[in-house]
Design a protein around this ligand. Structure first.
Ligand code: ADP
Ligand code: MG
Length: 675
């Protein structure tokens, strides 16, 4: 229902609610509290926690007095006792409170207690004659926006719950088996808990529900496909290709390639995730699989999340295939339409064997003659439904996903559903360790000197910072601002440039090309260079406000250097003095192992989400948290899986769940971010 059907919500409040992402009464009842105040336990003044909120039962022992220390400011106070000790109740700019408070009245008061010399005070307490609305309850605390009070939300949500016909989403047989409560009760208790016990039950139920929807959606994407696929054959030429590579595959690469070939040879279609740290050599693995598809007479597609990366893959593949007849083409959004038309035509005619590209590949006009293999690089940047979409362009082509984000098994379930996993767990030999240093801004000048020295020796470097535009609230270095400042102060005679996600693609390409050709010495960037960029001459990575990045993201960024024979350096400028952030920097200094880092990152979490919802393209969750609720997630996953596998969604008791899944998919489709 519309928000304005709720008493008290006019156009003004409606706008404010919209700001919080609340657009209808359903959103409202699903706007769960961020915290609770326990206003059920009356304490003695003596037992009260200083600096914290407490509930007291007191008697007024002196009448209220109001003073006016400044213009437009009043302080109203009165003295009260709990029978043992005295306390001063104090209100600012609320002189009217007096009229409700008489000598010898007994009240419950709830507020923050502090000590002023020897006098104990309670500031701006809520005051009630009896246990009722605001006192005697576990009281919800909502995230607010200016102009909207916690009371507003309490009132609106209370009314919405009364009006709304709240139906169960979790099928009854599932909720019974897992000791959940019904949705109506859960919603009521998540906002206005009858007791701590009911609050716990409500939280469990609503988290379960959210994870069930999430997991069922993801499983829809991976399980429901008909797994009957192409049976590829082995050809000697595939192995000659591998033998012709300028290096010998590592044992890890060989093992993973075996796993992939086994899948390709079977008549069920491959659905495999390859995890391998930055630089572990995933690209040649992808290439070998595509060569196999080629000799079997099938086309392949390789999707990358950014044009920079797609272009780079294209160039790498061109080079790898230069002694073969394999036709590789690059499709990206920024191509001229005549060029695109040509690609579409050749693709349809079978004159292109391998198509590399961005999400432009997903468009309906892209039609293959016979696609047999789909590879997505850094898949987590794509929306969940995207994979299904490209797979539909052929008859169950094999799919391979490459990721450098070393996430644990449980989290792969969240992001990808149920798929097979291969891990490239070692790096090619001779790789140099990258020296990592974490410093603060005081070191900037020394860092710059160091960069200049490296440039004089012929090297190149990256300078990365978190935001694109100047931010009012946070003191972060925006790439453009930082660029201007350093250009003026230090680099007037150095060829430097910046690049960021909001730039036009041809602009980005041209800068990237100059950097690759060593015409640009320092590339300032946001995280658009995070994935995959490969410029072997670059040996310095400087990251401003490193504390703002997740550890795995820092590791990815660091992986842009150390790709050639030159000693490489990563300098993290930590803008925070917090203990956690110092600890995180220390981890980066002491480890070059992406898997170990990711594990630590999970432990420390904080801002270091290794898979932010933004990256996964999944809508943000309202109550569940895939880190904290991993146990629950493990419980929900097989349930979600069997719902999809056994085709239960069309069954009677599953209608509401089915609707919610549809809604969730809509959200995903509105949420997909590229770049
Ligand atoms: P990533 O796994 O990060 O995508 P790449 O595929 O880009 O890694 O490989 C990184 C670099 O290592 C490339 O220059 C590639 O040619 C090289 N490489 C890959 N495999 C081997 C190997 N077995 N021995 C030596 N170098 C290799
Ligand atoms: Mg790669």
């Amino acid at each position: 229902m519309e928000l304005k059907t709720i008493k008290g919500i006019g156009p003004k409040k409606e706008k404010l609610l919209n700001k919080l992402g609340i657009f209808n009464t359903l959103d409202l009842i699903e706007y769960y509290p961020r915290d609770y105040e326990d206003r059920t336990k009356v304490v003695k003044i003596e037992e009260a926690t200083l600096g914290d909120f407490n509930l007291l039962r007191i008697k007024i022992v002196s009448p209220c007095k109001t003073s006016y220390p400044r213009r437009k400011m009043s302080i109203t106070t009165c003295r009260a006792t709990d029978g043992y000790n005295n306390i001063i109740l104090k209100w600012f700019n609320n002189p009217y409170i007096k009229s409700n408070i008489k000598l010898n009245d007994i009240f419950y008061v709830y507020g923050k207690i502090s000590k002023n010399g020897r006098i104990i005070e309670m500031d701006s307490p809520i005051i009630e004659k009896s246990f009722g609305n605001k006192i005697g309850k576990i009281y919800p605390q909502y995230s607010l926006t200016e102009g909207l009070t916690n009371n507003d939300l309490v009132n609106f949500i209370g009314r919405a719950i009364k009006n709304e016909n709240i139906l169960d989403i979790i099928p009854i047989e599932i909720s019974a088996k897992n000791s959940l409560i019904n949705r109506k009760l859960a919603i009521r208790n998540i906002h206005f808990p009858e007791s701590m016990k009911m609050l716990v039950a409500a939280r469990k139920t609503l988290k379960f529900e959210e994870l069930l929807i999430l997991q069922a959606t993801i499983n829809l994407d991976t399980i429901n496909i008909d797994r009957k696929g192409i049976k590829f054959k082995d050809y000697d030429k595939v192995y000659s290709f591998i033998d012709s590579l300028p290096f010998v595959l590592t044992d890890a690469q060989n093992r993973v390639l075996d796993e992939i070939f086994k899948d390709m040879n079977s008549d069920t279609s491959m659905n495999r995730l390859v995890q391998g740290d930055v630089g572990s050599g995933k690209t040649v693995i992808a290439a070998a699989a595509m060569v196999k598809a080629y000799y079997n007479g099938y086309q392949s597609a390789m999707m990358a999340p950014t044009e920079i990366l797609a272009t780079q893959h294209y160039n790498t593949l061109k080079e790898l295939f230069k002694n073969t007849n394999i036709e590789v083409e690059l499709l990206k959004g920024s191509l001229k339409s005549s060029k695109k038309e040509e690609i579409y035509r050749k693709l349809k005619d079978g004159n292109i064997d391998i198509l590399v590209g961005t999400h432009a590949i997903l468009e309906d006009v892209v039609d293959f003659k016979n696609i047999g293999l789909v590879i997505t690089d850094e898949q987590h940047r794509f929306g969940v439904k995207q994979r299904a979409k490209i797979s539909k362009k052929g008859e169950n082509p094999d799919t391979l996903i490459m990721t450098a984000t070393p996430i644990p098994r449980t989290l792969t379930l969240v992001m990808y559903g149920d798929l097979d996993i291969s891990i490239i767990d070692s790096l090619p030999p001779g790789r140099q360790e990258i020296d990592t240093f974490a410093v603060n801004m005081n070191y900037e000048e020394r860092i710059i000197k160091f960069i200049k020295k490296q440039i004089n020796e012929g090297r190149q470097g990256y300078i990365v910072c978190p935001l694109i535009e100047e931010s009012e609230k946070l003191d972060l270095n925006s790439v453009v601002e930082l660029f201007e400042r350093l250009k003026n102060e230090y680099f007037q005679d150095t060829e430097i440039a910046f690049i960021h996600g909001k730039m036009k693609n041809d602009e980005k390409d041209s800068i990237m090309n100059k950097f690759i050709n060593n015409e640009i010495k320092i590339l300032f960037s946001t995280t658009v260079i995070e994935v995959g960029v490969n410029v072997v001459n670059a040996n310095i990575m400087v990251i401003y406000n490193a504390e703002r990045f997740g550890l795995s993201q820092l590791h990815q960024l660091r992986g842009r250097v150390g790709r050639g024979s030159h000693k490489s350096y990563c300098i993290l400028i930590n803008g925070s003095y917090s203990k956690v952030s110092r600890e995180r920097m220390r981890i980066m200094e002491s480890s070059n192992d992406g898997f170990a880092i990711s594990k630590k990152d999970l432990e420390l979490r904080g801002s270091g989400d290794i898979i932010g919802t933004k990256q996964s393209g999944l809508p943000s969750l309202k109550i569940a948290n895939i880190y904290d609720d991993i146990k629950l997630l493990e419980k929900v996953q097989p349930i979600a899986k069997s719902i999809i596998k056994d085709n239960l969604l069309s069954k009677d008791g599953y209608k509401n769940l089915n609707n919610e899944i549809d809604k969730f998919i809509d959200k995903i489709n509105n949420n997909i971010i590229f770049n």
